[in-house]
Design a protein around this ligand. Sequence first.
Ligand SMILES: C[S@@+](CC[C@H](N)C(=O)[O-])C[C@H]1O[C@@H](n2cnc3c(N)ncnc32)[C@H](O)[C@@H]1O
Length: 637
Amino acid sequence: MFEHSVKVPRHYKIAANIFKKVSTEGGSVKSLLYDDKLRHFRTNVLFALITETIKHAGDIDKIFENSKILENETRLDPWLAKILTAELLFGKKALPGKSKPEQTVLSYKDQFEKYISDHQDDLKTEVAPRPRYVRINTNLLTTSDAIRAFQDEGYKFIRCTSGSYADYLEQIQKLTEYDFTQDYHIKTIFVFAAGTKLHEHELYLENKIILQDKATAMAVHLLAPPPGSVVLDMCAAPGMKTTQLAAYMRNNGRIFAVERNEKRYQTLSEFVVRTGSTCVETFHKDSLEIKRGDMDDVEYILLDPSCSGSGMDFCVHNYIESTRLAKLTSLQEKFLKHAMNAFPKVKRIVYSTCSLFPEENERVITNVVKTSRTKWRVQDVKELLKGQWNNVGSGMYGSMGARCMYAKPDSDFTTGFFLAVLDRDPKDLQKSLDGEKAGKKEKKYKVENGSSDSELSSKKTRDVGEEVNGVQNDMEVEETKPKKKKKKDKEANENTEPDSTNVDTEYSTETSTKKKKKRKHDEPQPVTQIIEELNELAVEDEAPKKKKKKDKKREEENTESLVGNNIEEDSEVPKKKKKRKKDLDKTIGEETELTENQVKKKKSKKDDHELSESVNTGDTSEVSEAPKKKKKKNKGE
Ligand SMILES: C[S@@+](CC[C@H](N)C(=O)[O-])C[C@H]1O[C@@H](n2cnc3c(N)ncnc32)[C@H](O)[C@@H]1O
C-alpha cells in the first residue's frame, strides 16, 4: 500500500526531469547532469539510470502501449513512469519506496514481465557497445611512444588497417581486453575494446591521450588544414576539435577558437593550455558577431554548432519538439551563411553535428549552399575517403545530401555524427581575394590622396551592416576595384584558371577534374593528399630511428596483424598479457603502499567508471570531466 506522505525518491524525480529535457529539448545527459544545481547528487547513479532508460526507451514504449498504463493512470507522470519502469525491469529490478508512482508502476510488474517474455524477439536488441576510442595528443606524445607505453602495460598492438574499412569494422569488434589497434582513417586514434577503462590512466591525466570518439574526429580529419594554415573554430568549447586541430597542424599556424558561453569558454581555455595547443587563440564571443576585418585571414572553418544531439546518448531522440528543431536549424543555417560569407579568404568549411536528424544536416547544407552568394561545392565525402565509408546522407533534399557522411552507432561503432565538406569555388575565391586586394589598395590610395576619414568609415560601415544582416555582398566589394585593375585581373585569371566553366550556385568539379591543372596557392589542398601526408608522418612516428633492439623485440612480441587472422583463435595471448599486467601491478604494489590504496580507490570508483564507459559521447562529456578535476579528486581521496 502506498502512503500519501511518502515522496518519490529525489533521484528518480531528477532523472525523470533530465530524461524529459534530453528527449524534448536536446542536449546531452552529461551536460545536464553537470548543471551546477545538481552537483551535490551522485551523478553516477543518475547517469546510469537515465542511460538505462534511454537504452530501453523503445521497449518501454511498447510495454506501456500494451499495458495501457498511461491511459489508466492519468495522474502518473509518463517520464517518471519510464524511469521507474527501467529501474524495475532493467536496473535494480526493484523499487524501494512506498510512494504512489512507485506502487503504481509495481502493480503493473507482472503484466510488463509477461509482455517481455512473450515478445522477446520483437524487443529491440541492444546496440553493440562502442569501442573505446583514444586520440593521441601528438602535441605531447608521439604515436610510437603511445604504442610503446600501452605495450609496456601489457596491451597488445594489433594491426588491422591494411584491408578494407569493412574488414577493419569486423576486426575491431573482436578486440578483446588488452588489445588495441589504430583507427582505419585516423592513425592518431587508437581503438580499444569496449569498456576499456582509461579515465585514471596516467596518460589521460597528463592530457597526452584524449578520450574522443572517432566520428567526431573525422571533422578535423576532413577539414585537413595543412600546418601553417589560419583556421577558425566557430563553436569551440569544450575544445575537443580545437585541440585536435592544433595537433593536426603540429602547432604550426593559427587557430581562432570562439565560444560564446562563458563557463564553456573557461573549460575550453583550460583545455587548450593543458593539451599544449600553443597555436590556439581563444575568444569569448559570439561567432555571429565576427565582422569582416576581424579575422580576414581565415582559410579554413570548422563549424560544429549546437544541435539536438540526437546522435549521442543512444537513441533517446526519437522525436524532438518541432519548434525546438526549427529554432536549431534556423541558427545552424545562420552560422553556415556567416561562415560562407564573412571571411574573404575562406576556402574550406566542414559543417558537423552530432545529430541524426536530416533537418539539421542535409537540409541545412542544401538550403544554404543553394542560396549562397558565394559559391561552394559540397564534396563527396565517400570519394574523399576512397570509398572506404558506409553511411552517407539522404537525397531527400537534393543530391548534395548524398555527398555528406553519417557515422552511425550500429554500423560504424561510433557516436551518431553528420559531416559535410564544402570547398569554395576557386574562381569565386579568387574574385573575393582580388576584391580584398583592390579594397585595400583603394583605401591606401584614398589615404595617400587625402581622402576624408568619413569616406573610409562609411565604406567600412556598409560592410559591417551587410554582415549583420547575415550576408556579405562580394559584388559590392568588387565594385570598388579600379577598372584597369579589373582588366588586368581578368587576364591573370585567364592565364591561371583554365577552369572557366559557368558556375552555378553549386559549382561543378567535373571540369576541374577533367582539366587537371597545377593547384594554385589559394585553392584548398586536396583533402586526400593532406591526409595521406599527415598519416605518413604519423606512421613515421611509429618507427623512431633510434629504435632500441629491446624495444623492437618487445614490439614484435606485442604486435600482431589481424588481417587474414582470426583473433578469436588467439586465445592464449590475452591470458598471457593479463598475466603480464598482473605481474606489473604486483611489482608496482611491492614498490609502494600507495598502489594498494589506489586499488581500493579504483574499486570505490567503479561506478563512476562504468558510467563514463557506458556512453562515449565524444565531445563534451570527456572534457567536462576534466582530468585536472580528477587529479584533485584523487588527491582529496
Ligand atoms: C556542439 S558544441 C561544440 C563542440 C566542440 N566543437 C568540440 O569539439 O569540443 C557547440 C558549442 O557552440 C557554442 N555556441 C553556440 N552558439 C555560439 C555562438 N553564437 N558563438 C560561439 N559559440 C557558440 C556552444 O556554447 C557550444 O559550446
